[in-house]
Design a protein around this ligand. Structure first.
Ligand SMILES: [Fe+2]
Length: 179
């Protein structure tokens, strides 16, 4: 379903005017390291990413809800979406960056979600599963309301991400870690 939403949104967005201006946040300082990482998902994606990503509208919209200091620990930018450079209400599709050594605690949301890792191997957790490393090229899918968490390693994490279904931010919530 999510892939269908993304394909539909991209098709309908062709020719749309660029809506969100370029803007960076502190974690974007890691973008050059990410884009030049030795271990990168797909060589064909590196040049387009290097051309496009620095000029996206990077934000830390959820920082205050995630935890102390997150204003400088992560960055997210929509390419397609309500706040994307190509506006659409059908989905959110963009890029996510997490600084090295950061624990992004368990959270969930009504939207279903996918991540495709471009650079940086982080540990990812779904539900009660153990954390497992996901290298560049790795893909993870979170069902609607499925709790998930991420812990970056020595390198920053750069990933493509997408939301489908109910993409409203109001359902986003931090989950009880159980101590
Ligand atoms: Fe999520």
């Amino acid at each position: 379903m999510l892939a269908v939403s993304l394909a539909d949104a991209m098709e309908r967005s062709i020719g749309a005017e660029r809506a969100a201006p370029p803007s960076q946040v502190p974690a974007c300082g890691h973008l050059p390291d990410c884009l030049n990482a030795e271990d990168w998902h797909d060589a064909d994606l590196r040049d387009p990413a290097a051309a496009i990503f620095p000029d996206l509208n990077w934000r830390t919209r959820l920082a205050s809800r995630i935890g102390d200091g997150f204003e400088s620990l992560y960055a997210a930018a929509e390419i397609l979406g309500p706040e994307g450079i190509v506006p659409t209400d059908a989905c959110r599709f963009g890029v996510f960056l997490l600084r090295p050594g950061v624990f992004y605690p368990p959270h969930s949301h009504e939207a279903e979600e996918l991540y495709l890792v471009l650079s940086g191997t982080a540990d990812w957790q779904k539900g009660e599963d153990a954390f497992a490393p996901l290298p560049p090229g790795g893909f993870t899918h979170h069902r609607s309301w499925e709790s998930h968490a991420t812990r970056s390693g020595d390198e920053p994490l750069l990933a493509l991400w997408g939301w489908g279904g109910n993409i409203g931010m109001t359902s986003y919530r931090m989950d009880d870690t159980g101590g």
